[in-house]
Design a protein around this ligand. Structure first.
Ligand SMILES: Nc1ncnc2c1ncn2[C@@H]1O[C@H](COP(=O)(O)OP(=O)(O)O)[C@@H](O)[C@H]1O
Ligand SMILES: [Mg+2]
Length: 464
């Protein structure tokens, strides 16, 4: 029956055409239609950067113009994009489109021309129970979002950071969480990227130190007002391994990502490596505790109770390096970003990483090659003094120079413990030589031991 066969063929062709149209429609919506298409549903897990940006900007009365992926995030957990947008001038755009998640009224609703922004889109794979690295990352994105939404707006203009424009934080059906955040594009005002280590010049190093002393100094007197029960504990101590608990939390109890409580695996590897010059850091020094543990217990901010660094604790950035800063053309103005590890700590812990990873070696040592053991040189001292003077001025707090130096030396030993267990990079010769010198000082060790005792290390079952 040729007529019937012909009809079936036409039906099949029609069906193919319909499927093709549907696919084209989806593609169009994804890549083109977003600029004029209807309001998209709220953040399902698979939304593209374009869709998320479009939707978030609409809530701010802005229309997305372009999206450029700058880089993918750690282990493919998302992407960072530079996006551009203009104000939505269409008659029925109120600029108040509702969105799930937080938005902030900001200058974003007033610009008259194309503005650029940064979109940080986090779409991590489902949670893996007891995976410390994964949990640390997920929590870190939540911490960063808290920082930009709640803490950054409190900073005065002389401590610049990116401005929060809009964000989403939503649980996913698979138990994970999707996050996205739009912040201002710092490159407009600070066009020079710090980039790889060892490229900062003296002007930039000074400006970065000034930013750090101002940042630390600003938060120092405000720390007592923080609700400590909301602070994010080390990854494996946070009950819910997918990090959802942290939705109502704030910043890290212990800023940074190298402190001993979150590097126990690496520490155990170092303790097993008897060939390493730095193995003795893990050997029993006092009763059953090693130098590394004594130092860590002193530096560890406490969730409750008193600790020896209590009166000096501030908010630290947690990942201070040239790759996380931009400067003005002259280098005299610096701005930091990447606040994933912001939390409590001593300001000098930020400096230990900065001096090792981003300050040119010639600014901190007098002689080359660097001697095997090294006391504080003039260059190092000058930089530390610059930081210390400004820190006291900004905070209005007292900081005895000897106590400050003692804190600095503990921060160096703690930072070296991490590098020795993870791998060295940066001004390694300087760091190792400084720590050899510090560890030879028995008085210093006694002071650390005494402080560790007041920190309540003895009788403590759970080491930091
Ligand atoms: N506010 C911003 N303005 C301009 N560029 C930014 C901003 N935030 C991040 N970036 C760019 O995105 C890159 C990665 O951002 P970052 O927050 O450091 O994430 P990561 O965790 O991958 O280091 C930066 O190196 C920088 O180039
Ligand atoms: Mg970074």
């Amino acid at each position: 029956m040729p007529g019937l066969i012909g009809l079936r063929q036409t039906q099949r062709q029609l069906f193919r055409l319909t499927v093709l149209c549907a696919i084209l429609q989806v593609l169009l919506l994804r890549y083109v239609g977003i600029f004029s298409g209807p309001q998209l549903p709220t953040m399902p897990s698979e939304q593209s950067a374009q869709e998320v940006a479009y939707s978030l900007l609409a809530g701010q009365g802005l229309v997305l113009k372009s999206v450029d992926v700058l880089q993918t995030l750690w282990a493919g957990y998302g992407e960072i994009c530079r996006i551009t947008a203009t104000p939505n001038v269409s008659p029925n755009s109120s600029g108040t489109t509702s969105r799930t998640g937080s938005t902030a009224a900001s200058s974003a609703s007033t610009p008259q021309e194309v503005q650029s922004y940064i979109l940080k889109l986090i779409t991590p794979p489902p949670a893996k129970a007891n995976n410390e690295g994964h949990t640390r990352k997920i929590l870190s994105y939540q911490v960063e979002q808290y920082f930009y939404t709640t803490l950054a707006p409190q900073l005065p203009p002389h401590i610049p950071v990116a401005k929060h424009i809009a964000s989403i934080h939503e649980p996913r059906p698979d138990g994970g969480v999707s996050m996205a955040m739009i912040i201002s594009d710092l490159r407009q005002t600070y066009p020079v990227a710090g980039e790889k280590r060892d490229v900062l010049n003296q002007i930039q190093v000074h400006a970065a130190l000034d930013w750090l002393s101002s940042f630390h100094g600003f938060w120092w007197p405000r720390i007592p007002t923080l609700n400590r029960s909301q602070l994010v504990r080390p990854p494996l101590q946070e009950v819910n391994t997918d990090g959802q608990d942290a939705r109502h939390k704030s910043v890290w109890l212990n800023g940074g990502y190298t402190y001993l409580a979150t590097r126990r695996t690496e520490y155990a590897n170092l303790a097993a490596d008897h060939e390493s010059e730095w193995w003795p850091l893990t050997d029993w020094e006092k009763d059953e505790f090693s130098v590394a543990e004594l130092v860590a217990s002193v530096l560890e901010p406490k969730q409750e109770g008193w600790g020896p660094i209590e009166g000096y604790t501030t908010l630290i950035h947690g990942d201070v390096k040239s790759e996380n800063l931009f400067t003005s053309k002259s280098g005299e103005e610096v701005v930091f970003y990447d606040f994933q590890y912001v939390g409590l700590g001593l300001g000098v812990c930020d400096l230990a990483k900065f001096f090792t990873c981003s300050v040119p070696l010639e600014m901190i040592v007098d002689d080359r090659p660097v001697p095997w053991e090294l006391a504080m040189q003039d260059g190092e001292k000058e930089l530390l003094e610059r930081y210390w003077v400004r820190l006291k001025k900004e905070s209005g707090m007292e900081y005895d120079w000897a106590i400050f130096v003692n804190h600095w030396e503990m921060a160096l030993v703690d930072w070296l413990r991490f590098q020795a267990s993870w791998g060295f990079w940066g001004n390694t010769e300087w760091l190792e030589a400084r720590v050899r010198f510090i560890l030879k000082n028995e008085k210093w060790k006694d002071a650390v031991t005494g402080n560790a005792m007041t920190a309540g290390l003895w009788g403590k079952k759970q080491l930091p």
